[in-house]
Design a protein. Sequence first.
Length: 84
Amino acid sequence: MMQWGNSSTSGRNKTVYLPISFYDSNYSVMIAMRRTIDNTTNLTGDIYSFSKASFIMYGLFHATDSNNGAYNGGFNWVAIGRWK
């Protein structure tokens, strides 16, 4: 099953609740930052906890030509896993 969604904000320990629970916690998640004004941004995000109904993202971090640090803007996500 494939699920997707978005969040208008990010931050440390952001819990994302899935629309439908997976069969178990063995699924994959991909996160993509919603860019604002800086098109040179590189992004990394860590997901460290999965349950069959949600995942916790540790945080989004960016690096640009002018600054580095935590990113609090929105992101999109896609999750793929077993259903039933």
